[in-house]
Design a binder for this molecule. Structure first.
Ligand code: ADP
Ligand code: MG
Length: 409
């Protein structure tokens, strides 16, 4: 018997906006000033490169966080989320500082705090949240929440940063992305490299976002899946592994230590042609040196793979990116050591069922994997993955289709 396949559908934008609006009216007894939304993201390639000054290539998901928001004349923030039991919480903006806000309100109040820190005049507000971005799946529900609040505050406090949906202001959105990063790092206390917030605010429908993490510059690369009869299948493994934060910190520390030994500011400065010499320098016979060899090999080759991936998209050869996805996964599994049984299982089962390429995406140790699949093989590939999880005695995964969607608006 084959296992059931559970799809997580994206809401139609009008539905999402109505949900947030109705929750707002129900809890606060008045109309909001408006509704705003922002997407989660998935990274096509370029993993663990952001904190090394490298390249990554996210797209915005059709799954979005929706907020209905109304400006207040005082310093109070009242918030409610359908995903957090629908209970109204209250925070005073003057009290917001690192370590003072517990739980999910930190992601919202943190954005207002970071806007003030950046010199913008922002006061209190009431906000209702509803979202179809899966939580904790590595698809950045946190950045989608921050970005939706950021564009809402931009509008109601007339900051003039986001531009319009037709004509987004990329410079202003870069400022908003930096504000969201500060909110997440300093108020929510979660380490994040900046890819998620840039994707949610600066992506473009039908395109992948080539993000240069050295200087924050972007290029929109055409990624028209449907014109090529393809789908991007995302599989949320629902795996939860302990020690994730420590592992992330250890990877960053190894990269930083290797950069110091190589005499470079970031590993971005190690060109692919200079990799062999760099690895010879790092391999000093110690266990630490051996680890650095593998971490650096991943980072330098992964940045090179992003460039190759983009070159293939620019040439219109979308199917040809499959082998680069496969190579990225092998490198993350063997050299960077951030995969896990569930992620490897998705990748192996998807490929065996005909996927053109597959890899883990996001930080690793759980979260999601992606597969590039011919549109008429999506159901077969999803079934094969669901069956492999059932046969392995694992919790059923969730499936998402991810055509590159629009940014925050
Ligand atoms: P990811 O971003 O990969 O989904 P994170 O752990 O970074 O996972 O962020 C998840 C957290 O973000 C949640 O635990 C919650 O605090 C907050 N969050 C995300 N979406 C919402 C929402 N719709 N309502 C309230 N809080 C949310
Ligand atoms: Mg997150």
């Amino acid at each position: 018997m084959s296992a059931a396949v559970e799809w997580v559908e994206a809401w139609a934008p009008a539905d999402g906006a109505r949900r947030a609006h109705d929750l707002f009216v129900d809890r606060f007894g008045t109309e909001p000033d408006g509704t705003w939304s922002a997407p989660g993201r998935v990274n096509l390639i370029g993993e663990h490169t952001d904190y090394n000054g490298g390249l990554c290539l996210p797209t915005a998901l059709p799954h979005r966080a929706y907020v209905a928001l109304r400006r207040r004349d005082d310093d109070t923030v009242r918030l409610v989320s359908a995903q957090e039991a629908g209970r109204v919480r209250e925070v005073r903006l003057a009290d917001v500082a690192p370590g003072t806000v517990d739980g999910w309100p930190a992601y919202v109040a943190g954005v207002a705090w970071a806007l003030r820190e950046a010199g913008h005049v922002v006061g209190g507000f009431d906000v209702a949240v509803d979202s179809c971005v899966p939580y904790g799946a590595g698809l950045s529900s946190s950045a989608s929440l921050e970005a939706s609040v950021a564009v809402a505050l931009d509008a109601v406090f007339d900051l003039g940063l986001a531009g319009t949906a037709e004509q987004p202001d990329d410079a202003g959105r870069t400022t908003l992305a930096a504000v969201c990063v500060r909110a997440e790092n300093e108020i929510a206390g979660a380490p994040t490299g900046g890819m998620d917030q840039s994707a949610s605010l600066r992506a473009s429908a039908g395109h992948a976002l080539l993000l240069d993490c050295l200087d924050g510059s972007v290029r929109h690369v055409p990624f028209d899946l449907s014109a090529h009869g393809l789908e991007l299948l995302v599989v949320d493994t629902r795996a939860e592994h302990a020690l994730v934060d420590g592992q992330y910190a250890a990877r960053r520390a190894a990269c930083e230590a290797a950069a110091v030994r190589l005499g470079v500011g970031t590993l971005r400065e190690v060109a692919p042609e200079a990799l062999d010499a760099a690895l010879a320098t790092l391999a000093d016979g110690s266990a630490e040196g051996d680890v650095q060899v593998r971490r650096v090999r991943h980072v330098v080759r992964e940045i090179e793979r992003v460039e190759q991936f983009v070159a293939r998209l620019d040439a219109g050869d979308v199917e040809a990116v499959g082998p680069l996805m496969d190579a990225s996964h092998a490198s993350l599994r063997d050299d960077y050591e951030v995969s896990c049984r569930e992620l490897d299982l998705v990748v192996d089962a998807a490929r065996a069922a005909g996927a053109l390429g597959a890899r883990m995406t996001g930080g690793g140790f759980g979260g999601s994997a992606i597969a590039l699949v011919r549109a008429d093989e999506v159901d077969a590939v999803a079934s094969a993955v669901a069956d492999a999880f059932a046969a392995g005695g694992l919790r059923a995964p969730a499936f998402v289709l991810a055509p590159p969607a629009a940014p925050a608006s």
